[in-house]
Design a protein around this ligand. Structure first.
Ligand code: 13P
Length: 248
């Protein structure tokens, strides 16, 4: 079975008060069968590593693709590891849109992370509203996931979680319906399997992101191909506890 997975993407938000709220929520999830990963801004990774409950893991929101060197403003996967992270988020739509990261760059990043470190990857994909309305959702997510897959060996899929985050649902309060998400996840699982193996299709976790909250998470979590969530705004609030318990 695929273990339920909930990521909290804190984006560019941090305060001691936020960390306290999240820790309180997570203290009530110790006995829940769920893999929980929090992704604070890089400067605060060490604080969160020091204060988080033991069952929670930490992710970086991004990284570069070299160990060290003249790359002003970047952090390396090795530094992410050293700070105590087991995971890194790659290809978030905000990185793609605001910081111009494209499939070609992202495939080089996932290649580096998977082959030069033992860090796990939350690999993000998702279509814009314009692309959805033009009937191009499957085409877009296939192109994005294929780029990652070109660099993932069959025995590395256990280190990868695919996050399907439709851009129109991120931070908008417009959550995809459970059926809309299920349809894309089901399609992706088949597509991923075709490029890898049937075993990979069966075991890879595909999580949904975009306006997930304490009220809508349960229904989404019932869908057979939704294996968890990547949560933005609600990952900073007490309701993150309910989201981590969505499959209970
Ligand atoms: P929201 O949950 O705030 O819509 O953000 C989703 C997201 O981008 C998680 O990576």
């Amino acid at each position: 079975g695929r273990r339920f997975f909930v990521g909290g993407n804190w984006k560019m938000n941090y305060s001691k008060a936020i960390a306290d709220v999240v820790n309180n929520a997570l203290n009530n999830t110790k006995d829940v069968d769920v893999e929980i990963v929090c992704a604070p801004p890089a400067l605060f990774i060490k604080d969160v590593v020091a204060s988080k409950p033991a069952h929670v893991q930490v992710a970086a929101q991004n990284c570069y693709l070299a160990k060290d060197g003249a790359f002003t403003g970047e952090i390396s996967p090795e530094m992410v590891k050293e700070a105590g992270c087991a995971w890194v988020i790659l290809g978030h739509s905000e990185r793609r849109t605001l910081f111009h990261e494209d499939d070609d760059f992202l495939k080089k990043k996932i290649d580096y992370v998977l082959n030069k470190t033992d860090i796990n990857v939350i690999a993000c994909i998702g279509e814009t509203l314009q692309e959805r309305e033009a009937g191009k959702t499957n085409e877009v997510v296939e192109r994005q996931v294929k780029a990652y897959q070109e660099k993932i060996a069959n025995d590395q899929y256990s280190r990868v979680v695919i996050a399907y985050e439709p851009v129109w649902a991120i931070g908008t309060g417009k959550v995809a319906t459970p059926q809309q998400a299920q349809d894309v996840h089901e399609h992706l699982r088949q597509f991923i399997g075709k490029n890898a193996t049937a075993d990979v299709a069966k075991s890879i976790r595909i999580i949904y992101g975009g306006s997930v909250n304490g009220a809508n998470c349960k229904e989404l979590a019932q869908k057979p191909d939704i294996d968890g969530f990547l949560v933005g705004g609600a990952s900073l609030k007490p309701e993150f506890e309910q989201i981590c318990k969505a499959r209970q």
